[in-house]
Design a protein around this ligand. Structure first.
Ligand SMILES: Cc1cc2nc3c(=O)[nH]c(=O)nc-3n(C[C@H](O)[C@H](O)[C@H](O)COP(=O)(O)OP(=O)(O)OC[C@H]3O[C@@H](n4cnc5c(N)ncnc54)[C@H](O)[C@@H]3O)c2cc1C
Length: 420
């Protein structure tokens, strides 16, 4: 099967996360008046997840409606065809995306399936540790934690109670640190509604290097460390987790912590689809892409966390953040569009302007270059961040559709359907 059987160019985008939805929506806008381009977006879920809000979903600060957008709403009013299916493989020779719901031929393919947890050599982690990548992950972890609080309230053995109320996070990067802060605040709330011995509750953060958030400016790591101390979060440095069992976590220096909860935040690798498609990849499974985001197949672009894009201007690998994922989505489809209609191919930029680090509910930091801005600026930026993220993803109309839905208003097409 070749991509086009009807004379139209078929652009298939795999993944409706930050990078893929950004690509789909932008191409949808570019190709709005063209009848010769079809945009097909494939995802195994029917929602777009805003991953940076997952911690709030875990700790019940936000509901499902606030951390995700139904793709029906996201794509309303666009010409983008959505296919809900799990992609099982790519046949690069025949230009086919294989899914559990059939096949999709393509002329151009944009791969944005994101990343998966990388457990390294830690034995038992895959089987016994929790992760926080999806809403299902958050729900499973939430249920587990609440259940442990209930059991701990009935437990008479001190040691058993302590192991139920010890929560270990593996990985002291930004995701691990932010999670430790949110978790610790949530446990404080849970303690008020469960009769458990407060002194038994403990959050432990394990980082294999000698510092938390090693890839951040030193000032940020130092602030993070002082907030960890302030919140009573135990942090253990220099010894990675080597083994996880249902009852313990073992570190490389022989320390053994009794716990029933290990949350893995120790790194990610690209979704296996990339490697299995036969694309050129690095050791972490991420696709090697050029400055136009093309893989070793010129009609296959890889974006977001599944790609390893090195900015030719700086020689640095672009970080795994939403800002970069969105930008890569736009650049990839601009290049596809230019290839179809004739135009100049663009080079992607990998740098980021600044970012927010959430050190608990009342401690956001905005970091721009080497400068760190605490409250009140950080609080203000954090407040508008969701709106900005939605606006950057799909523009004003998209933002307004998402906000209307959050407020419970039905969209124009839905109300017409109801009237009919
Ligand atoms: C808990 C958490 C907190 C974060 N916080 C921040 C933050 O504060 N700021 C920031 O900038 N970044 C943050 N990030 C990182 C940011 O979310 C990612 O860099 C970004 O989402 C990457 O976009 P992506 O499109 O590559 O992948 P994703 O957004 O993960 O999207 C991948 C999509 O592919 C789909 N998919 C995967 N496999 C298949 C398949 N086989 N078939 C069909 N569909 C498939 C998935 O359903 C998903 O929709 C956070 C990430 C997490 C997990």
């Amino acid at each position: 099967m070749q991509g086009s059987t009807d004379g139209k160019k078929r652009v298939v985008v795999v993944g409706a996360g930050t990078a893929g939805l950004s690509a789909g929506l932008h191409l949808g806008r570019l190709a709005r008046r063209r009848k010769d381009i079809r945009v097909i977006l494939v995802d195994e879920n029917d929602i777009h997840l805003m991953s940076h809000l997952l911690r709030d979903y875990l700790t019940k600060k936000r509901g499902a409606d606030e951390v995700s957008i139904p793709l029906e709403t996201a794509l309303d009013g666009t010409e983008i065809e959505f296919v809900r299916a799990r992609v099982t493989g790519i046949d690069t020779g025949r230009q086919i995306v294989k899914t559990d719901q059939g096949q999709q031929g393509y002329d151009y393919l944009v791969l944005a399936p994101g990343s998966v947890a990388d457990y390294g050599g830690a034995v038992g982690t895959r089987e016994h540790a929790y992760t926080l990548k999806t809403m299902d992950d958050a729900e499973a972890l939430r249920e587990h934690v609440v259940e442990l609080f209930k059991r701990a309230a009935r437990e008479s053995e001190d040691e058993e109670c302590k192991s139920m109320l010890t929560f270990v996070i593996g990985g002291g990067g930004v995701a691990g640190v932010e999670l430790a802060m949110s978790l610790s605040e949530w446990l404080d709330e849970l303690r008020l509604s469960h009769w458990v011995p407060t002194e038994q509750i403990e959050v432990v953060l394990v980082e294999e290097l000698e510092v938390v958030m090693p890839s951040y400016p030193r000032q940020v790591s130092e602030i993070a460390e002082s907030v960890l101390r302030e919140k009573g979060i135990r942090h253990l440095y220099g010894s990675p987790i080597v083994k996880v069992t249902p009852t313990h976590v073992h570190l490389s220096d022989g320390v053994r912590i009794p716990t029933k909860t290990v949350i893995w935040s120790g790194g990610v690798r690209a979704n296996l689809l990339i490697k299995e498609a036969g694309l050129r990849v690095y050791a972490d499974g991420r696709a090697v892409v050029n400055s136009h985001l093309q893989s070793n197949y010129s009609n296959i672009y890889v974006i977001g966390d599944a790609a390893s894009f090195v900015d030719p201007r700086t020689g640095l690998r672009a970080p795994d953040v939403a800002q970069v994922a969105r930008r890569e989505g736009v650049t990839a489809v601009q290049n596809i569009y230019a290839d179809i209609v004739g135009g100049i191919s663009r080079t992607c930029r990998g740098g980021i302007f600044g970012y927010i680090v959430s050190l608990g509910e009342r401690r956001p930091l905005v970091v721009i270059g080497e400068r760190v801005f605490p409250e009140p600026l950080a609080k203000l930026v954090e407040r508008v961040r969701d709106f900005m993220a939605l606006y950057r993803l799909g523009g004003v109309k998209f933002l307004s559709r998402c906000l209307s839905r959050r407020r419970g208003e039905v969209s124009g097409s839905e109300s017409q359907e109801e009237a009919a």
